[in-house]
Every structure is written in C-alpha cells, then in structure tokens.
Design a protein around this ligand. Structure first.
Ligand code: 1GP
Length: 248
C-alpha cells in the first residue's frame, strides 16, 4: 500500500486525518524527535516536516532519527529543493497553483523530480493554494505570489477543480503557518462540494474546536503546527486528535 493510500484509509476510518507539522528550525533535534513521538502516541496519522525557510543544516539527519522510532508516515512538506531526504516515506509534490510564479508552478518541480526518483521517495502530487489570512505569511512572501481572496469561494473552487483535472491527488487550502485567520469553513465546504480529490486544510488553527469545524466542513486532513510548538503538551495533542477524528 502506498503512503497516499494509507492516508486515505485512515481518513475513511476516522472521518478526517490528523497531520502534525514539524518545523525543523523551531527547536533542537532531540526536542523535535520527542514531539514527533508524542504526536504518534496521541493518534496523529502522519508527521509533515518542512517550512518556507530552512536554517537548519541537519534536515536529513533529523528525518533519519525520527524514522528510527516512528511507525506513522513521515512526509516532507517542502519549502524548497533543500528539503528532500531519502529517509522520508513520501513527499508532498507541491504545485503552488494559487500563484502565477512559474518557478513554483514548474521550475522547482523539474529540478526536484530526478532527485525524488533517484532517492525512491513517494511523490504525492498536491495542488497547493494560499488563502488570504490577514497579514502576509511567509509562504506568500517567499513565493512572491498573491493568495486567493478569502471571500471568493468560486475562485478557490476553480483552482481546486483545475488541480483535480490536472491529475493531482490532493488540494491543500493553506492559510499559512501561524496565520491570523484560518481558512474559512465556507471555502472548505464550497471546494469539497465540487471536487472529488481529498482536501487538506491548515494554517492558524489553534483550538481543537476549530479543527473539528474544519473537518466537519469536509476537510479530509487537518494540519496543526505552530500551536503545538508553543503549547507542547500531551493533552492538547490528544484533544486535537479527538476533535479531528470525529468518527471514532
Ligand atoms: C502551515 O498548514 C500549516 O503550512 C500549519 O499551520 O503552523 O499555523 O498550524 P500552523
């Protein structure tokens, strides 16, 4: 079974899947590994690892160490070509379809593809869509693109449909890490009502009740990052898992 299929099985069983995002720069490797272990114990379905920027020079070693103890998939959520590792189970093969920057639409992908092939990592093609969320986010700034206006669900639907028709496996609605405002539930529901590919939602989700609303609005996977870095406690991760896994 591929990692993609495994994720879909978890979503089917639990209502929605819980993905914990780890930023390799936020703490030292030892703490990061501990955090990944706690996420697995609490019921996270996979670890995403990556960020818009990467200061660390230990990316490969970190993933290798995480993989030694974890059983859930470790999936790269790359901000750049530097974030590729043979130790990962899969990589979100991101295409920033909400923007019109050719580098994020095809340039980086052409450079990354032969490396991914040579390393034998499973690529999961993902239509990545930035949704306006208040202040400019790192993803917007670094990619030099404009997000989709948050009160324009029709624009989001058109992009997600284009992702589906181009054969992508996920549509990712992204408010941005630490965003002031989350992706609105109306946009999630509107997109989910029109596309058949699973929708990932993340950015600025700080409370389990909000995560619950997003999964009930139809998101197949919810990504939680920042808040678990700030309030690193078992009970909060457990609450997120319970809120997102609404079928279990
Ligand atoms: C960001 O969607 C993810 O790429 C998660 O965002 O860090 O705000 O939870 P947070």
């Amino acid at each position: 079974m591929t990692i993609y299929e495994r994720l879909l099985v978890e979503k089917q069983k639990k209502g929605a899947g819980f993905l914990v995002l780890i930023d390799p720069d936020k703490q030292d490797n030892k703490k990061t590994i501990g955090k990944a272990e706690r996420a697995e114990e609490s019921g996270a379905d996979a670890i995403l690892i990556g960020g818009s920027l990467l200061f660390s020079t230990q990316f490969d070693q970190l993933i290798a160490q995480i993989k030694k103890t974890l059983h859930i998939p470790v999936i790269i959520f790359p901000g750049s070509l530097r974030q590729i590792s043979s130790f990962a189970d899969a990589i979100l093969f991101l295409v920033l379809i909400s923007g019109r920057n050719p580098n994020n639409l095809i340039g980086e992908q052409v450079l990354a593809a032969p490396i991914i092939k040579a390393l034998g990592i499973e690529p999961i093609s993902t239509g990545y869509m930035l949704i306006e969320s208040g202040r400019a986010t790192s993803a917007e700034y670094i990619s030099n693109t404009r997000p989709i206006p948050r009160h324009k669900p029709d624009i989001a639907i058109a992009h997600a449909l284009a992702a589906e028709y181009m054969g992508m496996k996920f549509a990712y609605l992204e408010a941005g890490s630490g965003a002031d405002m989350m992706v609105p539930n109306e946009i999630i529901a509107a997109v989910v009502s029109q596309v058949s590919i699973p929708v990932i939602v993340g950015g600025g989700i700080r409370k389990p009740e909000d995560a619950s609303e997003k999964s009930r609005a139809g998101a197949s996977f919810i990504v939680i990052g920042n808040v678990l870095e700030k309030k690193d406690n078992d009970s909060l991760i457990n609450e997120f898992a319970d809120a997102i896994h609404f079928k279990t």
